[in-house]
Design a binder for this molecule. Structure first.
Ligand SMILES: *Cc1c(COP(=O)(O)O)cnc(C)c1O
Length: 479
């Protein structure tokens, strides 16, 4: 049975169910499996024809014992979680016409049109499954840069084992994203708009972390989190790397490159773990916007915090990429003492410096770049004009990164770009990129249009009062 331990090394090993329901480890670290399962070439070959959900079953079975979730129940959970996706392939792949051997995998065909749906539906179905079995309830707190909130809200609808609180920084997300949260009709889903956040969603993360650190409070309110700190998200996200790989290659063993628009590093952390498990990825391309914390770390070995800049790709406006710690933990050979020290340095001085040996490990097989808004918009327009394919601003950051790193990519290797949102979530940016007031059909989506004709339900509060306001709301919500 795989046990789960904390990156900070300060908690006794727990079982899978506890790691999922706790979210955060009690020492402030992140849960990781004690052993990372390995996948052989033979196994990859045997999986090469599987559809997405069948492949997900095989991979998740490496992490979840059948005594925790039976095979039959796991299959059913996966089936329920992905039946809400609008495309029969779940994650369709589009080969670019204008660049050789380059493919776009659309991770945004789920109910709220972003890549967050890929892991969130399954995670919340699994949480509900565990809670029903234990006859318990939880308050799930979600801080969002715009896409996690809608995904968590949708996935929580009418699950009576949970109340889900969606905290978002007002003014930092698009109207469309806000509406996706405030128009949910379910009495267990609560949108909370937080005003005057100086640093966007990172501020909310701070308050949430503070609430979790208060053990008495966290126990009393039965708090949990499905932010990307939750192991369940990272675990589920390893699947699309295997899936994309198997769809792309002619021969198992052939290496590919994968480009990912990155914010909190949850998606790429999963990719890096998939590679550790045995997936042949030659280079990961970590694509940042102008909030280039990860790019700085990969290119200089200095992991530093800077003020947030609002960008055209708001879901990756992150200054503290929390899942990077998880990745660093593995790359330092599971050195939790070092992780504690770096976390401390980062928190107190705003910077952690990697020594030469660790930096070598950390940056191995990673290219990175920081893309400006102007470059992002140019790519959106260029691809739309040349081949009538419309990227959202986040996916465009990844595609632009591939263009810019051209020289460092071996010519004969296929490149997979992860597309993480549907353009209809960002109409103002699309209009700006295409220099038009009329949105093309591909920038529209029926669910976004429908939400315009619904009532908003939300709570509002100021950042400075968030904690007491939220506590009061949680205590009184069902009285
Ligand atoms: C969350 C998100 C990302 C970034 O994923 P991380 O796991 O935070 O790096 C990229 N694009 C979109 C559209 C997202 O919603």
């Amino acid at each position: 049975m795989i046990k789960y331990i904390s990156t900070k090394g300060g908690v006794a090993p727990v079982d899978f169910e506890t790691a999922i329901l706790d979210g955060f480890a009690a020492d402030g670290g992140l849960y990781v499996p004690e052993v990372l399962p390995k996948v052989s070439k033979e196994q990859l070959t045997a999986w090469s024809e599987l559809n997405y959900t069948d492949l997900a079953f095989e991979i998740l079975s490496l992490f979840i014992d059948s005594s925790t979730i039976s095979e039959e129940d796991l299959k059913q959970l996966l089936k329920d979680s992905f039946s809400t996706f609008e495309h029969p392939d779940i994650l369709p792949i589009y080969p670019l016409k204008s660049r050789n051997k380059t493919y776009i995998m659309e991770l945004f065909r789920g109910p709220t049109l972003s890549f967050k749906d890929v892991a969130m539906g399954f995670l919340l179905n699994m949480v509900d499954y565990f809670l029903k079995r234990k006859k318990e309830r939880l308050n799930i707190v979600v801080a969002t840069t715009g896409d996690t909130g809608p995904a968590a809200g949708f996935a929580s609808i009418n699950k009576n084992s949970i109340d889900t609180w969606l905290l978002y920084p007002r003014g930092f997300i698009t109207e469309e994203q806000e509406r996706q949260m405030t128009t949910i009709e379910a009495n267990n889903v609560h949108a909370v708009g937080v005003e005057d956040c100086p640093d966007g969603a990172d501020d909310l993360d701070l308050v949430v972390a503070e609430m979790f650190a208060d053990k008495k409070l966290a126990n009393e309110l039965k708090l949990s989190s499905v932010n990307s700190i939750n192991w369940g998200r990272v675990m589920m996200q390893t699947v699309h790397y295997f899936y994309g790989y198997l769809r792309l290659v002619n021969q198992i063993g052939e290496p590919i490159h994968i480009a990912v628009p990155s914010g909190a590093f949850g998606n790429l952390c999963a990719g890096a773990l998939a590679r550790e498990m045995g997936l042949p990825v030659e280079q990961f391309i970590c694509a940042n916007n102008q909030n280039a914390c990860l790019h700085r770390a990969f290119s200089t070995g200095i992991f530093s915090k800077k003020d947030i800049l609002q960008s055209a790709s708001c879901a990756i406006d992150i200054v503290v990429p929390y899942n990077f710690w998880r990745y660093l933990y593995f790359m330092t050979g599971r050195n939790s003492t070092l992780i504690r020290q770096w976390m401390d340095d980062f928190k107190t001085k705003g910077v952690a410096k990697f020594d030469a040996i660790n930096y070598q490990q950390i940056s191995h097989g990673f290219l990175s770049v920081s893309i400006s808004d102007e470059e992002t918009l140019t790519t959106i327009q260029a691809l739309y004009e040349t081949e009538n394919y419309l990227l959202d601003p986040h996916s465009a950051v990844a595609v632009t990164a591939v263009y810019q790193l051209e020289q460092q990519l071996s010519e004969n290797i296929k490149v997979l770009c992860l597309a993480t949102a549907h353009p209809s979530k960002f109409p103002a940016i699309i209009q700006k990129a295409l220099l038009t007031d009329t949105l093309p059909h591909s920038a529209q989506h029926s669910s976004i249009e429908t939400a315009k004709n619904r009532c908003h339900h939300l709570r509002l509060c100021h950042y400075g009062n968030l904690k007491p306001a939220l506590l009061h709301a949680m205590k009184t919500v069902h009285q």
